[in-house]
Design a protein around this ligand. Structure first.
Ligand code: ZN
Length: 315
């Protein structure tokens, strides 16, 4: 089936997490990603929104978190109709470094051969999200620093794994309307990719066991995955196409660093389509990304109130 515009790959993965400081300490301090934006949840400005990524915060390298602990949001449940694994790429030959780095910090690590021939490490983040580091060739520039040098540094998101009851329905949406192709398949997992099977463009559909509980969003669960689109015009064209196929799609929302539409795919996972422009340097110098608390223009009048409600975090 023809599709109206090309998804470029993943844009970001967003999770509901527990406390802010352990989240920063983990993704920045242990995993070694750059904090490229410290802002608030635009739908609930008393909660932080942290964006982690590579040096420039390129789409496809971005993991974002909402630290919701202490707001009354309960822990979620991992299950069907949910993104259950978020994978990042690390260079071939770096898994021993990562195994030691994680275990030295008390993280329980499982070595796994990987479904599609790539070795990996699996572990839980401080909120209970399942994270995987996959050793693979990935040409994207890392955020390299003294603690994690370029020979070991994470390159970006490798892909996401969805646990779904009916993989064929999600696959049909991805291939029919979003321009993905099936690039590999095992008995229980279908791997799809946008524009070639490169890291940052991968979606894996895992068939949920028949007795699997339904996933419930809450602390320690992935909230949604966002796919990247080049322009607002293409985003509107895809929106019309999705509406035409009976999906319920939100209006375009201004997320300051990108524009977004949201919809649930047929197995219930929340998908977002986000524009590449304007990006994370729209309100901060590239060298200073992530240092100051940035608010969208419409929340600036409320800055003092918002800052009073947010738990202080170390820079
Ligand atoms: Zn998002």
């Amino acid at each position: 089936m023809a599709h109206v515009a090309d998804i470029l790959g993943l844009h970001h993965v967003t999770a509901t997490v527990a406390d802010a400081q352990p989240d920063l300490d983990f993704y920045r301090g242990v995993i070694g990603l750059r904090l490229v934006k410290k802002t608030v949840n635009f739908d609930n400005p008393y909660v932080y929104h942290f964006y982690y990524g590579n040096e420039r915060g390129e789409p496809g390298t971005i993991m974002t978190t909402f630290p919701y602990a202490g707001t009354g949001v309960p822990h979620g449940r991992h299950g069907a109709g949910q993104i259950t694994v978020t994978s990042f790429t690390v260079p071939d030959g770096s898994l021993t470094f990562w195994h030691d780095r994680l275990t030295d910090r008390g993280v329980a690590v499982t070595h796994e051969p990987g479904a599609f021939g790539a070795e990996g490490l699996r572990f839980a983040d401080p909120s209970g999200l399942t994270i995987r580091l996959v050793a693979a060739r990935d040409v994207r520039a890392p955020w390299a620093h003294a603690d994690v040098d370029a020979a070991h540094a994470v390159r970006g998101v490798h892909g996401v794994t969805l646990s779904v009851e009916t993989p064929a329905r999600t696959a049909a949406l991805l291939t029919g309307l979003l321009g993905f192709d099936v690039v590999d398949e095992t008995e229980s997992v279908t791997r799809l990719a946008a524009r070639g099977a490169a890291p940052g463009r991968l979606v894996e559909l895992a068939r949920a066991p028949e007795d699997a509980p339904k996933g419930v969003n809450g602390l320690g669960t992935v909230h949604h995955v966002a796919f990247a689109i080049a322009t607002s015009a293409e985003q509107l064209a895809i929106r019309d196409e999705l509406l035409g196929h009976g999906l319920q799609v939100t209006e375009v929302r201004d997320r300051q660093y990108f524009r977004s539409i949201y919809f649930r795919e047929p197995n219930g996972v929340l998908f977002e389509i986000a524009t590449v422009p304007p990006g994370f340097t729209v309100d901060e110098d590239p060298a200073a990304l992530g240092r100051a608390l940035k608010l969208p223009p419409w929340e600036e009048p409320n800055r003092r109130d918002i800052e009073t409600h947010l738990a202080p975090v170390s820079p």
